[in-house]
Design a protein around this ligand. Structure first.
Ligand code: ATP
Ligand code: MG
Length: 465
């Protein structure tokens, strides 16, 4: 207690340049609502502390708590080693080979526990452009803080005494809504260019202003992203697109000049007027789903972002004499091949994208058994949501979307009527023939399956309920 008091007094008196001693804030000063802290995160810090270790919430969770927002997940930092952490919990798993972290599980809830990292040594191995390749030493808390990316992401919260430890002026930056990188911006972007994407994500998501010194080198350093392994870029891009602020993030990427040459995907998306409305609608509906806590499928998202590139190539193949369906598949191959180099689209995601694209021409066939077959497709819901985006963006006639909405909702008789309406040439009276009996595949069963396709694990598209 006395030690804490001394630290608090010392902390407050530190010179601003001394980043080895934290400024310590009590509950009245930081104003964090303890009810926003997950009980499982508290169990983790408490267990570690009772075993004699230091343990704090850290990173995005502390930032969000200070902003009065309920964090989506909780990370814990400690001076216990991964082995020591693992021994204290019933369901704890050491993850990663180089820098090990521990996943502590409580049912579905995951708390990520990391041992404090040491400072980056000058002789850590780097690539030709200065990107640090390996640097995995353990260290103490102030060394851990200096390795984090932004001042607002480098604060520690101890739920036991409800103090916040701030080594890099994160609190004043939170208050002035400023995003500031820790250390020399050029050096920090060079050692890990993924931080260029992170600046954009946080600025857009939090609606913070980027500090001018942090912002200045971004444009010049943008090409460094090209040397980062594709899988890491993909992970960071996915975080950006699923942040609930994807549209704002993409606008900010363009503003910072980061979309150019950064990813072929973004070049395509942001510089193609034809597809812009489509992408805008897709991202707006994704953002809406994320904010409502609904699941979003990465396959649907990337299928949307790249659709107009597919359409362009599809038309070109058709113009060169290919039949429509093979032309579409060739176009899909081209687009997926071009992206995999940079974006490392996982096989499952690429498969989902292809399914959604390949389904589109099938929506044109509104006669006979075809529509019933399509309803039974496990991916129908994603394909239908995608079709609705195509209608809303003006790419195709709204009438097609309306027809499919009606067809899904109709009972057997209604479906037959819709099919008859479609088959009948315009202007003609309905033929007075007896309605065909429904096939065993149609009707309630098909409706059930379409329904099943739109719930739980099969739920895919952003516009899906
Ligand atoms: P979000 O709420 O969006 O997940 P976050 O701040 O938790 O935001 P994560 O990507 O989950 O972001 O990272 C957790 C923490 O790890 C960050 O707050 C930061 O302290 C640190 N961190 C993550 N990536 C980097 C990086 N590339 N360089 C330095 N520090 C990083
Ligand atoms: Mg996080």
């Amino acid at each position: 207690m006395i030690k804490k008091l001394i630290r608090r007094i010392l902390g407050k008196k530190q010179s601003p340049a001394d980043n080895t001693v934290p400024v310590v804030l009590g509950p009245k000063e930081h104003g964090i609502d303890p009810r926003l802290v997950s009980s499982n995160a508290i169990r983790v810090t408490q267990t570690l502390q009772e075993a004699g270790f230091k343990a704090f919430l850290v990173g995005g969770a502390v930032r969000d708590l200070l902003l009065g927002v309920k964090p989506k997940d909780f990370d814990v930092a400690t001076n216990a080693t991964p082995e020591q952490i693992k021994r204290l919990f019933r369901r704890a798993f050491i993850i990663g080979r180089r820098f090990q972290i521990v996943h502590v599980m409580f049912g579905q809830d995951l708390i990520e526990v990391t041992t404090f990292r040491g400072t980056t040594s000058a002789d850590a191995p780097k690539d030709a452009h200065g990107r640090v390749l390996r640097d995995n030493t353990f260290g103490n808390q102030h060394e851990d803080a200096v390795r984090r990316d932004f001042t607002i992401n480098a604060m520690y919260y101890d739920p036991a005494d409800q103090t916040v430890l701030d080594y890099h002026g994160g609190i004043p930056d939170i208050r002035s809504r400023t995003l500031r990188i820790i250390g020399v911006p050029e050096a920090r972007f060079r050692e890990d260019p993924v931080r260029l994407l992170r600046v954009v994500r946080f600025a857009a998501k939090l609606d913070f202003t980027i500090d001018p010194a942090t912002r200045e080198p971004i444009k010049i350093m943008a090409p460094l992203i090209n040397n980062v392994p594709a899988a890491r870029v993909f992970d960071e891009m996915l975080k950006l697109l699923l942040s609930g602020h994807a549209l704002a993030c993409l606008k900010q990427l363009r503003k910072e000049g980061l979309h150019h040459g950064l990813l072929p995907l973004l070049d395509v998306v942001l510089e193609q007027p034809l597809g812009e409305k489509f992408v805008r609608l897709a991202l707006a509906s994704t953002d809406e789903r994320v904010r409502q806590g609904k699941p979003v499928s990465p396959g649907f998202l990337f299928a949307s972002l790249l659709w107009h590139q597919v359409v362009e190539k599809w038309k070109a193949y058709e113009a060169s004499g290919e039949h429509s369906l093979p032309a579409l598949h060739l176009a899909a191959d081209d687009v997926l091949d071009a992206q995999t180099d940079k974006l490392a689209l996982q096989r499952k995601i690429a498969g989902d994208m292809r399914d959604i694209w390949a389904m589109q021409p099938r929506f044109d066939r509104r006669v006979g058994k075809s529509p019933y077959k399509l309803l039974e497709n496990l991916r129908f819901r994603a394909g239908y949501d995608f079709l609705m985006l195509r209608c809303a963006s003006g790419e195709i006639d709204q009438e097609i979307g309306d027809w499919w909405t009606a067809f899904q909702e109709a009972d057997d008789t209604g479906r037959e009527a819709l099919l008859a309406r479609k088959t009948r040439p315009t202007g003609e009276e309905a033929p007075a023939r007896k309605r065909r009996r429904k096939s065993p595949r149609s009707g309630a069963k098909a409706a059930d399956q379409a329904g099943a396709g739109s719930s739980g694990a099969e739920r895919t598209g952003p516009a899906d309920e």
